[in-house]
Design a binder for this molecule. Structure first.
Ligand SMILES: [Fe+2]
Length: 115
């Protein structure tokens, strides 16, 4: 199964793990997802983060919702940081999931609870 190939870990020690941070303003969630927050990931044509996807799984619901996908298409000069912001409006609690892809080291995930 593809899901068995998805790696995770502590983002403070593993540069591939996407970091999810959010701010809440009423029902508006501002979500920032970045890769390499503590230990920068290379960004070259040979080795780079190609994309990040964000999902929201509302508490008690069966399926997650795909919030969006950002593809990073430049890996030379100027350097593109593998970091993106997403905005959703919801009053639901649930879980945010981020998935990122390194062209050499594959798929990486992380999640945070939304209170
Ligand atoms: Fe990598």
């Amino acid at each position: 199964m593809l899901s068995k190939t998805i790696a995770s870990g502590d983002w403070k020690g593993e540069k591939h793990v996407p970091v999810i941070e959010y701010k809440k303003d009423g029902d508006l969630l501002e979500i920032e997802v970045s890769v390499g927050k503590e230990i920068p990931h290379p960004n070259t044509p040979e080795h780079h983060i190609a994309w990040i996807e964000l999902y929201f799984h509302p508490e008690g619901e069966k399926f997650p919702v795909m919030v969006g996908r950002v593809a990073f298409t430049n890996h030379g000069d100027p350097l593109t940081e593998p970091k993106a912001k997403f905005y959703i409006r919801t009053s639901k609690k649930g879980k945010l999931y981020a998935l990122s892809y390194c062209n050499i080291h594959g798929l990486w995930e992380n999640s945070v609870d939304v209170e």
